[in-house]
Design a protein around this ligand. Structure first.
Ligand code: ZN
Length: 231
């Protein structure tokens, strides 16, 4: 028997593991291989974003205060000075539509697959940016908005769609333009080294310095998706 051609190179960039299993509800990656790391339980999108953060250089986050909405292994809590985790729908979890934290409370705010679970995504996006410090960064991950052109928003949490209020498409750019017109939104696209699947996430830098750092480190893999360039 011949091993699949990508077998030897399948190593998780988060934990170094080489053993993989089916994803949520038993799914395979669109490339037909097993998507979930048996070691750190990462999926395609987590590894794509981890590779992105490795390129940015986690040393940049030393001493930063951080909050992450929804648990996943994309970032390493040890990169930051402080790290707070909020789990949607669990006791102590913060409602991102009305965040009980002061302005600029965190330098790093990570929001992973939560925005599609809230009714008022405008309030949520504005709240996430409000609690992000002036030199900080908002990392925003939503189910692959590059897969479809047009957002479908049915106005209630659909049980058969995992309780999502909507499926974002590439036109999410127009929501960013309406909701936070002065905020540059950078779109990153990358490829998961385990499955070969391409996906991405958004980076919303609050300062010109942060914007330039991202553009310098990620080059052609990041583009200005909406909003004006700073400065
Ligand atoms: Zn792993």
């Amino acid at each position: 028997m011949t091993a699949p051609p990508n077998k030897a190179s399948r190593e998780c960039p988060i934990c170094g593991g080489a053993s993989f299993m089916p994803g949520p509800r038993g799914r395979m990656a669109v490339s037909g291989v097993l998507p979930r790391c048996a070691g750190c339980r990462s999926l395609e999108r987590h590894r794509v974003s981890r590779v992105m953060f490795n390129r940015l250089g986690p040393g940049h986050f030393a001493g930063w205060s951080a909050i992450q909405f929804s648990p996943d292994p994309t970032v390493d809590p040890d990169w930051f000075g402080t790290f707070e985790l909020s789990i949607y729908g669990e006791p102590g979890g913060v409602d991102i539509q009305a965040i009980d934290r002061p302005d600029g409370a965190y330098e790093y705010v990570g929001c992973s697959h939560v925005l599609e679970h809230v009714g008022d995504d405008r309030a949520a996006l504005r709240e996430l940016l409000r609690i992000t410090a002036g030199r900080g960064l908002l990392y925003l991950s939503i189910p692959d908005p590059f897969a479809e052109a047009v957002t479908r928003d049915w106005g209630f949490p659909k049980p058969e769609k995992h309780g999502h209020w909507r499926v974002y498409g590439r036109d999410v750019a127009s929501r960013f333009e309406r909701y936070v017109p002065d905020q540059p939104v950078l779109a990153y696209r990358g490829t998961d080294p385990v499955t070969g699947v391409s996906t991405g996430a958004f980076l919303l830098p609050k300062s010109t310095e942060c914007y330039r750092w991202i553009r310098d480190r990620l080059g052609a893999d990041v583009e200005l998706f909406s909003g004006p360039p700073p400065g």
